[in-house]
Design a binder for this molecule. Structure first.
Ligand code: NAD
Length: 268
């Protein structure tokens, strides 16, 4: 059994992760962590996540429960995730990281733990999105340099704080890598006013923030006369929760290293 702790347990994803870990046959939930100043410290995490009493009291720090878990699942904020990597390195624990919105500097810091912690980091833990990456590589190879313009369009709920989504960047990067392009040079993240005609090598991003949309991503390959769109729509956050628990189970016994969902799903 994989012993799982969930940090940020009161968050939108945190509650889903508690439910997913609790219901998984190969995993057992052993700890849940929230902000130290939260009124939820001491409450039963099962009741918080709508699962009935589980006999697991919520705590206010990862350190406090470090001897109870094998894998820490973290869908919180970049700063907190980096602090948690340091704690996991110190205690010899593995981590599943779903947090998005890292800066380039923070990403380099995250990667520096590859020699000290076994961790899976993926901006999107759903099976479908990770298969979409593979489909995009096929499409990009066939179409990307043959006169097809590539645009990434994403939509999320009104509470999301980063844009474009980590998933949109991941999909755009998969296309860019396949075509030998660089998102720093070829990515276009805003268009307004007289921005001139489109550069054929551009990879454009457009963002929608509205209502309760769980997560939708379309990559469009458009030429004169036709258009191909590869779309993924998440209808429940449980797809991310189940993916994260699957990643936690997969990490058991793995050597230190930076892994992603392509590794977990055997798509590489
Ligand atoms: P949220 O704001 O609902 O949850 C974040 C939680 O982290 C909050 O409960 C907050 O209190 C908690 N937190 C912040 N600082 C903390 C601290 N010091 N100690 C303990 N807890 C702390 O956000 P969300 O919608 O659940 O998303 C969280 C992250 O997960 C975002 O970066 C989002 O983009 C990402 N996400 C990733 C995937 C994926 O598949 N990888 C899917 C959905 C969301």
């Amino acid at each position: 059994m994989t012993r799982i702790a969930v940090v940020g347990a009161a968050g939108r994803m945190g509650r889903i992760l508690v439910e997913a870990a609790h219901k998984d046959d190969e995993a057992t939930l052993t700890a849940a962590i929230v902000r130290p100043d939260s009124s939820l410290v001491g409450a039963d995490v099962g009741e918080l996540a709508g699962q009935g009493r589980l006999g697991i009291n919520i705590v206010g720090s990862v350190q406090e429960v470090a001897d109870t878990f094998d894998v820490l699942i973290d869908f919180t904020t970049p700063r907190l995730t980096l602090e948690n990597l340091a704690i996991c390195a110190e205690h010899g624990k593995a981590m599943v990281i779903g947090t998005t919105g890292f800066t380039a500097v923070e990403l380099a810091e995250l990667d520096s733990y590859a020699g000290r912690v076994p961790f899976v980091f993926a901006a999107n833990m759903s099976t479908g999105v990770n298969l979409t990456v593979t489909l995009l590589e096929v499409a990009a190879k066939a179409l990307g340099d043959a006169g097809y313009d590539i645009e990434v369009i994403e939509a999320h709920h009104r509470h999301k704080v980063d844009a474009p989504s980590g998933t949109a960047l991941m999909l755009g990067r998969a296309v860019a890598d396949t075509l030998g392009r660089d998102l720093d040079t070829n990515g276009v993240f805003a268009r307004e006013g007289q921005c001139g005609p489109r550069d054929p090598k551009e990879i454009g991003f457009a963002t929608v923030r509205a209502g309760d949309i769980v997560g939708e991503h379309t990559v469009m390959f458009a030429a004169e006369g036709e258009r191909i769109e590869i779309t993924h729509k998440a209808s429940s956050r449980m797809t991310f929760g189940n993916g994260a628990v699957r990643a936690a189970n997969w990490l058991m016994g793995k050597p230190v290293g930076h892994y992603d969902m392509q590794d977990v799903l055997g798509l590489r």
